[in-house]
Design a binder for this molecule. Structure first.
Ligand code: PHE
Length: 468
């Protein structure tokens, strides 16, 4: 069968690297290590590993198989599955539409820090208040987010094979080498603090790998489970239509089983290495109290750690922020691509026109979000009890609210309406064996929907209220 608009990945490697590029993003770098440190080290790792092989595998397989079978992006893919379920496609389409408003802003922050380190000003980035001063300024964040947006647009404009695939094939292997290098280096660190205590990177590694079961209660274990689940879900870029779009570009002779496995391995490996790089570094220089999550980890804690490393810290900082920029870029590309692909199908427009139009729109949107810390500063209360700026609100709606619902509904659609055999047929089409077939069926019909429902209750703050 012809692939959509004649666009396709050249083969399995191109697809796997592009999909891994989408999966490996800032979540792997700033959220996974934080959760691992918070949720009992090895315990979290173990739970995560089990979930990725069962739950993650089910969701990823579904998205990719839907894409390849229908050769369409989310809106039309769901419509082909069941006409009445087009609404689910539309809902799915809106996840990247929202994420795109802020992802280039984050990419811009990373670019700025890369520039700061490569121009030898790493010291400055380690000073108190530097990050706040940067994001609350009305020029630099706007400039850098536009730069990142235009770079993303340029690659998407060049198409699936000569844009996305080519970029992923260059960037992803380099990313892997860089993260391995910093992870290994961080194991060699030692530091004696003010009270004369010597701390080593190896001790940090032990903290990371050893399952900490001390005084573990059932409700804490549930929290670990939920944390791992929501992380994995975001990390694999599932339930947002991205993997459906990428799946639609996969040729029919590619072994999807193997490809799914490789994407899982790549994403998990990078997350694991991120922990191996960040946890020992933070442990050595500031103790585990210094372990934050999200932007504060990347832009406040880590620059201080790089500074404490001495002159070599500049090099580590350069490598780290370049790697982070690569991770963000390939994710950002996948978000834009899925919006472009849906719009091309909806409006029958060319890739080039659609990309230009959407990029202009998102340049404007990024400006608004980037100015959400200065000109357009607001404090909007979120159901989780915190308040947030524009970026947090977009993030909350797309990830905490929409994704679990979409996932729940698509499990119901596949498990009970079109039936799992529909996916299994696609997985076996190329004559390859679908080894985890039984597991898939049980997961998609019974376990995943229940898990998604609980996750939805948790991320909207409803679970806490029910349990009160
Ligand atoms: N999966 C990426 C991560 O782990 C993030 C991402 C989110 C990518 C949304 C694409 C779309 O950070």
């Amino acid at each position: 069968m012809e692939t959509k608009n004649g666009s396709s990945f050249s083969g399995q490697i191109g697809f796997v690297l592009a999909a891994a590029g989408s999966a490996v993003g800032v979540g792997n770098l700033w959220r996974f290590p934080y959760l691992a440190a918070k949720d009992g080290g090895g315990l979290f790792l173990l739970v995560y590993l089990i979930l990725i092989l069962t739950f993650g595998f089910t969701l990823l397989t579904s998205d990719i198989a839907i894409g390849r079978k229908t050769k369409k992006s989310a809106i039309f893919a769901y419509e082909i599955m069941r006409e009445k379920w087009r609404f689910l496609g539309i809902l799915t389409f809106f996840v990247p539409v929202l994420i795109m408003t802020y992802y280039a802003v984050i990419g811009g922050w990373i670019t700025k820090y890369f520039i700061v380190f490569i121009t030898g000003q790493g010291r400055l980035a380690a000073s108190d208040g530097y990050f706040t001063q940067f994001i609350t300024s009305a020029q630099a964040p706007v400039f850098f987010s536009m730069f990142f947006m235009i770079l993303t647009a340029f690659i998407v404009y060049n198409g699936v094979e000569s844009g996305i695939e080519k970029c992923s094939k260059i960037v992803m292997p380099i990313l892997l080498v860089m993260i391995v290098a910093i992870a290994v280096y961080s194991l060699t660190l030692t530091h004696t603090d003010g009270q004369g205590h010597l701390r080593t990177g190896i001790e940090g590694l032990q903290f990371y790998l050893t399952p900490n079961l001390e005084g573990l209660t059932l409700s804490q274990f549930m929290q670990v489970l939920l944390d791992a689940m929501s992380q994995l879900f975001f990390s694999l870029s599932v339930s947002m239509g991205i993997m459906i779009t990428y799946g639609s570009y996969v040729k029919d002779d590619v072994d999807l089983n193997q490809a799914v496995g490789q994407i899982e391995v790549f994403d998990t490996l990078v997350a694991f290495l991120a922990g191996m790089m960040i946890i020992p570094s933070i442990y050595v220089f500031s103790g585990m109290e210094g372990m934050g999550s999200g932007p504060s980890l990347m832009f406040i804690s880590l620059p201080k750690v790089f500074d404490a490393m001495g002159p070599i810290g500049t090099i580590v900082g350069i490598v780290f922020f370049l790697m982070a920029a690569f991770a963000a870029l390939t994710s950002c590309i996948s978000v834009l691509e899925s919006i472009v692909a849906n719009c091309m199908e909806l409006f029958h427009t060319t890739r080039k026109k659609t990309t230009v139009f959407l990029s202009l729109f998102y340049c404007a949107a990024s400006v608004v979000i980037a100015l959400g810390y200065s000109l357009f500063y607001v404090e909007i209360p979120l159901p989780t009890g915190n308040t947030g700026q524009f970026l947090d609100v977009m993030d909350y709606i797309s990830n905490s609210f929409m994704m679990p619902i979409i996932s729940l509904l698509s499990c119901i659609l596949i498990g009970w309406i079109v039936k799992p055999q529909w996916i299994i047929d696609e997985m076996e089409k190329s004559g390859h064996r679908f080894g985890r077939k039984k597991l898939y069926t049980v997961m998609i019909r019974y376990i995943a929907p229940v898990m998604m429902f609980i996750l939805f209750l948790e991320s909207t703050g409803l679970l806490e209220r029910i349990l009160e």
